[in-house]
Design a protein around this ligand. Structure first.
Ligand code: PMP
Length: 407
């Protein structure tokens, strides 16, 4: 195992040392987007200073350097999620784009009236709305697997719902609202034995736990670079080669073809047939640095440290009078959604900001989950490995101050 020096790692993130409203920043909005280590910032800077050129088009030195760095990230990403092949990694601008690609290229041509897509009650809108859009176009319907009040998927119900009308199941790996870690391998086995492909929204899993798409046994896995300490506008879809080969391209343009005439276009092989146009080159080079960085910190160190911090923060929050915590799954990432009796989530977040504490408030792009809990919004503290117990203490002290102010 890689040794873990938390304080040294925290110091890798320049933004964390700033002040907000005259107080040292406590950044607890990591599920929204994560901060970037100097390694990533420096890599993007260096790319623009020394290597900037378009990819895959130029034989000149800069073009080759840019292409090597950009394509190098594909190798790193394939390794990071243990994909069997780099060709199965399609670069996208994020999870939203990755799921839409599957919805339009894979699902839409296969759906007809009477078919269904199975999702869960805890999905992000990115894993609901694309399916609704293709359902509207094809006459298919969405089915929803229920959860318990603790925020755990009811696996038996999910399995019962895998009837022959289900043409695809789509499940979040780690909930962005309540932190639940879903038993993806178990769900994948149930899907596979019925011939149903499974898509996993891994946005919130990639920064916090080891991902092995082969061990998980899913068909599609979507990730977002900016939540794993990389630049915004980067992400990927991993899909089994057979699926990528069977899928028509979603966008057309340059970079995704082998030959074009006005009569006919021969598309490039996957993944390039899904990557039309000039991509976010510097962003993907930065994402490569982020993956290297996570490897250096050690994803197992991250998981262990964050579990301990989660336990500490959960206990600390439970000591706040009138506080309701949403989601108590047994397998959980360090995400804490909460409300204080009689206080609106936005007021909580606004007043916490006065104390230098950044938390998100709102529906977290998960309206159906808010409806399940019967609240319009929650406040959410989402932690990363660079956060500390001291920050949790300052957060809870700020919360007590806010509570006294509003009561
Ligand atoms: N799914 C989940 C669970 C998420 O948390 C997010 C980001 N909040 C997304 C999907 C969408 O990711 P992006 O906006 O980066 O495409």
């Amino acid at each position: 195992p890689v040794p873990f020096n938390q304080a040294a790692r925290r110091a890798d993130f320049p933004l964390l040392s700033r002040e907000v409203n005259g107080k040292p920043l406590v950044y607890f909005d990591n599920a929204n987007t994560a901060q970037k280590p100097q390694r990533v910032i420096g890599t993007v800077d260096d790319f623009y200073r020394r290597h900037n050129a378009n990819v895959s088009r130029s034989v000149h030195t800069l073009g080759e350097e840019a292409t090597a760095a950009y394509e190098g990230t594909r190798d790193k990403l394939a390794q990071f999620i243990n994909a069997p092949s780099r060709e199965e990694v399609v670069f996208t601008s994020g999870t939203t784009n990755a799921i839409n690609l599957v919805a339009y290229s894979y699902a839409q041509p296969r759906l007809k009236p009477g078919d269904t897509i199975l999702v869960t009650q805890m999905e992000h809108h990115a894993n609901i709305v694309p399916w609704q859009l293709v359902c509207e176009r094809t006459g298919a319907k969405l089915k929803v697997a229920p959860i318990t009040p603790e925020g755990e998927l009811i696996v038996e119900r999910f399995v019962e719902l895998l009837t022959p009308d289900v043409k695809l199941a789509a499940v979040v790996h780690v909930s962005n609202v309540i932190g639940t870690v879903n038993p993806v391998a178990e769900l994948a086995r149930a899907c596979k034995s019925r011939g149903i492909p499974l898509l996993v929204d891994g946005s919130q899993a990639a920064p916090h736990l080891a991902i092995d798409v082969q061990a998980l046994g899913c068909d599609f896995y979507a990730i977002t670079g900016h939540k794993m300490f990389g630049p915004t506008g980067t992400g990927a879809l991993w899909a089994k080669r057979e699926h990528l080969e069977a899928m028509p391209p979603f966008f057309g343009g340059g970079e995704m073809i082998r030959a074009v005439s006005f009569e006919r276009t021969v598309f490039a092989d996957p993944p390039h047939k899904f990557e039309a146009g000039t991509p976010n080159i510097a962003g993907f080079v930065g994402l490569g640095a982020a993956i290297d960085y996570i490897g250096e910190v050690g994803i197992d160190n991250i998981r262990k440290y964050e579990s301990e911090l989660l336990a500490y923060a959960t206990d600390a929050l439970r000591s706040v009078a009138g506080l309701r915590l949403f989601g108590q799954a047994r397998e959980k990432a360090a995400v804490l959604s909460f409300l204080i009796d009689g206080v609106h989530a936005h007021d909580l977040a606004t007043l916490l900001d006065q104390e230098g504490v950044a938390v998100r408030s709102g529906h977290h792009c998960a309206h159906p989950l808010m409806q399940f809990y019967g609240v319009p919004a929650t406040a959410r503290a989402s932690l990363a490995f660079y956060n500390t117990r001291d920050e949790v203490d300052r957060f809870v002290a700020a919360l007590e101050k806010v509570r006294r102010l509003l009561m």
